[in-house]
Design a protein around this ligand. Structure first.
Ligand SMILES: Cc1cc2nc3c(=O)[nH]c(=O)nc-3n(C[C@H](O)[C@H](O)[C@H](O)COP(=O)(O)O)c2cc1C
Length: 343
């Protein structure tokens, strides 16, 4: 095993440890959807379909990228891809850096061999993107038949990671170049520390239309890297909570919300706040290890539909218009931002 493969294995083991979740919350606990006592809806006729990235998905649920690059990761990806195909929802691979460094590991990402209908989202770090040639990027896409490519921005994780990359210069320029070269859509994502309004505006100016805000409140990559020997314990709780990240970016780009979404009600709130889809990483991984991924997704869907029923939302478009109010620290944060006249 080389260093990247070994790190991938450590990441899975550490991510499964509940102590590596943020203590800080997502902010969804400050969001109340308004109850509708007269929904005028038949629960059985609720329509959860949503269109994004040129495809119609059966549910607004996305499985965020996690793994690949060693044998067990290949098995995890297969299990998750099977679920994604069965439910017609998008599935994200983890960073494909390992297969670039060792092409023999391609098989751990190559889920379309078994699940050809899955909408497959590839994954590469912004830092890696800078050093990869156009041919290499095209190989990353074509060799496993990607439908979209996620580029992750993870400066917090890298700075805490003992062996992490430190040079984040020039990434924006490279994203703009790559966007014009490749023929699949790009998603820009964080990995749990959130995307701010300024960054979303910058990404929009580069021609990016879809982001996964991946805010804080769920998996903390600072904590994972601290467990692996990182010293920056002061930054364990750093990041923009997911609900705030959605509210600050929703009018700029199509937002996918991940980071601490742990049930279908949080997911429904994410959509009411303005995201197009919601998703998770850690709960899907945990469900695979507990052999209950079907049960987990059924629960998520049921909770989403109940929230739609109780807000009188017959489809996802109506859910996006569902009324809500905001309390607590999230309300204070929004007030402070507006007092300071941030854009
Ligand atoms: C085990 C694990 C591995 C991950 N690896 C990657 C990765 O390779 N690339 C990436 O963009 N995000 C990666 N992530 C981040 C997730 O895609 C997601 O942004 C983040 O975990 C927040 O979602 P959560 O709170 O539901 O876990 C990983 C997450 C987990 C749990």
């Amino acid at each position: 095993m080389n260093q990247t493969e070994k790190r991938k294995e450590e990441h899975i083991n550490q991510a499964l440890n509940a102590s590596n979740q943020y203590v800080k919350t997502t902010g969804f606990e400050c969001v109340e959807l308004i109850h509708n006592a007269l929904p005028e809806l038949d629960f059985e006729e609720i329509n959860t379909q949503v269109k994004l990235l040129g495809r119609t998905f059966s549910y607004p649920i996305y499985m965020a990228g996690m793994t690949g690059g060693y044998k067990k990761a290949g098995e995890i990806n297969k299990r998750l891809a099977k679920l994604a195909q069965q439910y017609n929802i998008p599935f994200g691979l983890g960073s494909q850096r390992a297969m670039v460094e060792n092409p023999e590991l391609k098989y751990t990402y190559d889920v379309k061999k078994d699940y050809p209908d899955v909408f497959l989202i590839g994954n590469i770090g912004g830092v890696q993107l800078k050093s990869y040639s156009t041919e290499k990027i095209e190989w990353i896409i074509k060799s496993v038949e990607l439908d979209a490519l996620a580029i992750h921005l993870n400066p917090l994780q890298e700075i805490v990671q003992p062996e992490g990359d430190r040079d984040f210069s020039g990434i924006a320029e490279r994203i703009a170049e790559v966007k014009d070269i490749i023929d699949v859509p790009i998603i820009i994502k964080e990995v749990g520390a959130g995307i701010s309004r300024d960054v979303a505006l910058r990404l929009k100016s580069l021609g990016i239309n879809v982001i996964d805000v991946s805010g804080s409140g769920g998996t903390s990559w600072a904590k994972v890297e601290i467990k692996r020997g990182g010293k920056l314990t002061a930054f364990a709780e750093w990041g923009i909570p997911t609900a705030l990240a959605i509210l600050r970016t929703r009018d700029i780009v199509n937002v996918i919300a991940t980071g601490g979404i742990r049930n279908g009600l949080d997911g429904a709130k994410a959509i009411a706040l303005g995201s197009v889809m919601f998703g998770s990483a850690y709960p899907f991984l945990k469900a695979v290890f507990e052999n209950r991924e079907n049960e987990f997704i059924e629960g998520l869907i049921h909770e989403l539909k109940v929230a739609m029923f109780l807000t009188g939302s017959k489809d996802i478009k109506s859910l996006r218009n569902a009324k809500y109010y905001i309390t607590g620290w999230l309300k204070d944060a929004l007030a402070t931002i507006s007092q300071n006249n941030f854009k």
